[in-house]
Design a protein around this ligand. Structure first.
Ligand code: AMP
Length: 359
């Protein structure tokens, strides 16, 4: 694809904070954006040129989006694959529907990751408490039971430890009797993620890995640099590049890893989009993950991922947003709020990045 002319319109499926930050990055290059999102006045539409208010699988809305945009992307991985395929009939969709398909189902995702020669936790599909009993026995009594689809921020998961004797009976029903996956419980030293990108011409780029801390299943902080060896960082980078190549991917991807006690890596999941653990790039790099994604999908040269500062990004969840004014008084702190009016518990309202040291 030739690069998009200035003034072209980019479609974004999904209207949350990731869509908002993508729309802002697109605007800096003179692109217009249209958001497809059922929720009126969503965070992304507040900063975009237009919103199509409709369900993600609304055929008329998808046709309108395809007609009015030069390229279409998305900000979350649960966009229906059929919706992406429908748009792709007439307008390029980046990343492709295949990337959505792979990442929407944890079983497909892990099978794909292993097929590229990369490690994950051991896993098996679970459709009944009997399957679960057998799976736990195979994994030494420890495991994490997860819904295969639509799980996020630790929702739809039960942890089993041999020591705590969590009852198996009724577990599948308690997760909604939907297709499940049991993963072995990984004894990790820390969690990291890497934000990488691929352009249509095959060029690759990756930001430095971030070290992530989760609280109640939600990302709390990302620290860069991560406390890992250069060898582990290089392995994370080459794993992300292997995934991007295997998918013929265009755009930014987030890859989450467990760092094992011996410095080895197991992939937890991939997100075919910009990622919460990459928000630090807007403060500590000349080019953010959002700009990198826009560059990749618009056929522009990939940006330099170099980091000018060490930093710590923290999410503002629920009432944390009340700290905004106090945080703004701190020098070397970059604040970002998402324009959400209601600070419900567990809701991501914003984030900030503290620059801790110039590199
Ligand atoms: P997920 O929704 O799959 O990203 O899981 C949320 C968090 O639960 C991860 O960031 C880990 O802290 C933990 N977790 C998930 N899967 C496993 C696993 N197989 N072994 C150990 N911890 C896990």
């Amino acid at each position: 694809m030739a690069s998009l002319p200035i003034g072209s319109t980019i479609g974004i499926i999904g209207g949350g904070q990731l869509g908002r930050m993508l729309a802002m990055a697109a605007a800096r290059f003179g692109f217009k954006t249209i958001i497809l999102e059922p929720q009126v006045d969503c965070p992304a539409a507040q900063v975009a040129n237009r919103q199509i208010v409709a369900a993600y699988d609304d055929e008329a809305a998808l046709s309108e989006l395809a007609r009015d945009c030069a390229v279409v992307t998305y900000e979350f991985e649960n966009v229906p694959v059929l919706a992406a395929e429908r748009v792709a009939k007439s307008t390029p969709v980046f990343p492709s529907a295949r990337a959505l398909e792979v990442s929407q189902d944890r079983l497909t995702e892990k099978t794909f990751i292993n097929s590229v020669g990369l490690k994950t936790a051991a896993f098996r599909p679970i459709d009944s408490d009997g399957d679960l009993e057998a799976g736990l026995a195979a994994f030494g009594g420890n495991g994490v039971l997860k819904t295969r689809r639509l799980g996020y921020d630790g929702k739809g998961q039960i942890v089993f430890r041999q020591s705590s004797k969590t009852p198996v009976s009724g577990s599948c029903a308690s997760l909604g009797s939907v297709p499940l996956i049991l993963e072995s419980l990984v004894d990790f030293e820390r969690e990291i993620s890497i934000i990488a990108a691929r352009a249509e011409d095959g060029s690759l780029a990756a930001f430095d890995p971030a070290e992530n801390v989760h609280r109640k299943g939600i990302l709390h902080s990302s620290t860069v640099p991560a406390a890992i060896s250069e060898r582990t960082a290089a392995a994370a980078r080459s794993a992300a590049f292997a995934i991007l190549r295997a998918l013929g991917y265009v755009g930014v991807i987030g890859v989450e890893f467990f760092v094992l006690r011996d410095g080895g890596l197991a992939i937890n999941e991939i997100a075919p989009r910009v990622h919460n653990s990459g928000h630090w790039t807007e403060a500590a790099c000349a080019i953010s993950q959002f700009e990198q994604h826009i560059r990749a999908i618009a056929g522009l040269p990939m940006g330099d991922c170099a980091r000018h500062s060490d930093c710590v990004m923290e999410n503002l969840i629920g009432n944390d947003v009340e700290r905004a004014a106090e945080l703004l008084a701190e020098p070397g702190l970059v604040l970002h709020l998402y324009g959400k009016t209601e600070a419900r518990s567990g809701r991501k309202m914003g984030h900030f990045t503290r620059l801790t040291r110039r590199c």
